[in-house]
Design a protein around this ligand. Sequence first.
Ligand code: SAH
Ligand code: SF4
Ligand code: F3S
Length: 471
Amino acid sequence: MAENYIVSKIIDGDVAEHLSFTDAVAAIHKKKGYTPKYFVQTFGCQQNEADSERLGGMCVAMGYEKTTTPDDADLILVNTCAVREHAEKKALSIIGQYKHIKDRNPGLVIGVGGCMVTQESRADKLRRSYPYVSFTFDTGAIHKVPSLVLGALTGKKRSFILSDEWKINEGLPISRESAHMAWLSIMYGCNNFCSYCIVPYVRGRERSRSAEAIIEEAKQLIAGGARDITLLGQNVNSYNGGDGVDIAELMHKICALPGDFKLRFMTSHPKDASDRLIEAMATEEKIVKHFHLPIQSGSDRILREMNRKYDTASYLEKIAKLKEAVPDVSITSDIIVGFPGETEEDFLGTLDILKKVRYDMVFSFIYSPRNGTPAARMDCQIPREVSSERMGRLLALQDEISNERNQRFLGRTMRVLAEDVSKNDSTMLTGRGDSVRPIHFSADKSMIGQFVDLKIKNVSTYCFEGEILKP
Ligand code: SAH
Ligand code: SF4
Ligand code: F3S
């Protein structure tokens, strides 16, 4: 209903103004003499995980305390993804389940943000079909969450914000999931408009944070115990911090900071992967020897249709340079199977690339049409059975290659950060070092957040087993 529906254009992105709403929400809770709980549900990529840490930070500043289950939450924020249909379906299904919690607790406030609701049609669907959702906020408006929560608590109209500008909002509070492993966003948005991809539409144009702001945050992270820092952006290779500071220069500056830490970066676009970046990886000890360089397809025709702006020959040239400069590098990729018009021959080209590059690991996805992108309007959409069959062959080949690549780590001694308790065995810890596979090893939980020297005792396709070397 129109009276319930506000589509407000964001005119200012002033964090300070919106943080004053934070104080107002905190005052409401204080008056009630009760500490409410928040729950953030995150879908999608590391960018969303980083945004969720900011959502958590704002919740804490509003007087909420974290809970690990939605059932006893007073505020649920869902941070959605739109990259494939499956991601959207999953989010809608979970939001559907929250209705039962709202029925039990009418005071519960539910807000939905992220890439899915940054599409008008999806925000509209939530407004119409999910009446218990109080507000949506898009990826350019996370700093507005305190004002939206205040609105919901004071009985204002439901709000479904659509932003058509994306600014950098420095200074939002952050509640980090881990003290020793940190996301560090260096840029936002994407200008590439690959023909299959929704990201540029839901994350806006590329904008880089200033090198000073990033280095300051890195310093704080290191002082706070961070041992593994990942620089984040949709295409970190095109980082432009002004005054000629590119990604390579930025990484050199961060590596020069005192402290015992490792540096990673995600994601790289092959067209922008520079010699300078490869050289930085080769020369800086703190940079983890892992390069994620998604090729998407091994067919030049499909790469053109995808608007990727490189061909297989120039890609393989970069890979050759990388392997020469960093002989032991781990290389990973993203692959899309079943892009519109993909023939058996195109697909064999992709398998050929896998054989030539010999990736350590590949993230492969069946093409999912995204409304509003050029590829969704292309003829010759590939039937699901064909894509699934191709996917099966790709996975089998990559497993073989991964197995073979993994062997080089057997018997090796590696310095590895104890990242967390192993998911499969709570008596073991896990870390990665320069490998892209988790290495499980027996150690006390108190070691989490410290570097350990491991001897790799066993390697299998998806994980390794290590043993701590006695000092
Ligand atoms: N910026 C990064 C990754 C963005 S999304 C990059 O350019 O590499 C992560 C991966 O999802 C992409 O690399 C691509 O392989 C996959 N992807 C994106 N859109 C997709 C779609 N419509 N269908 C299937 N996979 C998709
Ligand atoms: Fe999507 Fe391409 Fe941008 Fe990556 S580079 S986010 S695949 S448009
Ligand atoms: Fe998904 Fe948005 Fe990331 S669409 S993959 S959460 S940028």
